[in-house]
Design a protein around this ligand. Structure first.
Ligand SMILES: Nc1ncnc2c1ncn2[C@@H]1O[C@H](COP(=O)(O)OP(=O)(O)OP(=O)(O)O)[C@@H](O)[C@H]1O
Length: 300
């Protein structure tokens, strides 16, 4: 069921601006793939070219081996594209909206209420789309993208404007889609979202891919030290500073923070002194990778 995607030197220009600059990557069948980058990085343009909604000025794309030209009904049926909430049909209720998409694809009518339920909008079925909240519109647009049970799903910043709870619920829904074998491609500017959901992430900025790997490998490649925080300062700071592998020991409000590239050795030492109570360990995140690679403040 999973659909593979191949993107080869894909390029898009708007006047003098090179919005997407020879972008090349593959998405494996069944993969959860993320395009991560700040505003204006070229994520949406890249996604729209993959979906066949925007024609590239250079390079090529295939989805399941076929160019997504928009004229291939068999391929379109296998693709779910989340359109912006602003592209809803006017003055329809949530149910009518979804029913319209369902008819376009010739899907059974029962699917409508099942999808509303799936995205947590069963109680909003009779509300007109213009009266839905931003997050509810977002979820309806995802339901519309999924109504025909596609094999590959494209989502453009699906959790923007959602509250933390709705965001988590949507993460579960997207993870479920992927667990059932579907390929999922999303754009996001949320680091935690990419880290949590994606098998692999392409960090994109100024139309170019800066890095592409699993979140864990990207974080590992930073070789960033780990911070171990102890809530009490019962251990002499000087002793901690002299431990092998300890770079720095900070002291703040009665807590000690040990910065080390060798956490295993330090944790063993602490365990031997029965000092693990209330301890926390903080490693690098994808955000640290992004800041390191772009060398500047993240513009979320
Ligand atoms: N139709 C267009 N005409 C002119 N410039 C455009 C057009 N669409 C996008 N751009 C420009 O191309 C660049 C990439 O835009 P794109 O929307 O792909 O970025 P993005 O990473 O999706 O950003 P965002 O997170 O803000 O949606 C931006 O500088 C944007 O202003």
């Amino acid at each position: 069921m999973g659909v593979g995607i191949s993107v080869d030197r894909l390029t898009m220009r708007y006047g003098d601006l090179v919005a997407v600059d020879e972008v090349t990557f593959d998405v494996r069948p069944g993969e959860f793939f993320g395009l991560l980058g700040p505003n204006g990085a070229g994520k949406t343009t890249t996604l729209e070219m993959i979906e066949g909604l925007r024609k590239p000025v250079g390079g090529s794309v295939t989805v399941d081996g076929t160019a997504p030209s928009g004229r291939d009904p068999a391929l379109l049926r296998r693709m779910g594209v989340q359109l912006q909430a602003s592209s809803f049909f006017e003055r329809l209720t949530a149910r009518e909206q979804l029913d319209t998409f369902r008819r376009l694809y010739g899907v059974d009518a029962e699917r409508v209420d099942a999808m509303l339920d799936h995205v947590g909008l069963a109680d909003k079925a009779d509300v007109r789309t213009e009266d839905l909240s931003g997050g509810q519109k977002q979820r309806l647009s995802i339901a519309c993208a999924l109504v025909h049970d596609p094999d590959v799903v494209f989502l453009d910043e699906p959790t923007a404007a959602l509250d933390p709870q709705a965001r988590r619920n949507l993460w579960d829904l997207l993870q479920g889609l992927n667990d059932s074998g579907r390929t999922v491609v999303l754009t996001t500017h949320y680091m935690d979202e990419a880290e949590e959901l994606c098998d692999r992430v392409a960090i994109i900025d100024h139309g170019r891919i800066l890095e592409l790997d699993t979140p864990a490998a990207l974080i590992r490649s930073l070789e960033a030290p780990v911070q171990i925080s102890l809530v009490h300062d019962s251990l002499p700071r000087e002793q901690l500073e002299s431990l092998p592998g300890v770079d720095h020991v900070g002291h703040d409000d009665g807590a000690l923070t040990i910065t080390t590239a060798e956490p295993a050795a330090v944790l063993t030492w602490l365990a031997e002194r029965d000092a693990l109570d209330g301890l926390s360990v903080k490693g690098a995140t994808l955000e640290d990778v992004f800041l390191d690679r772009t060398g500047r403040e993240y513009r979320a």
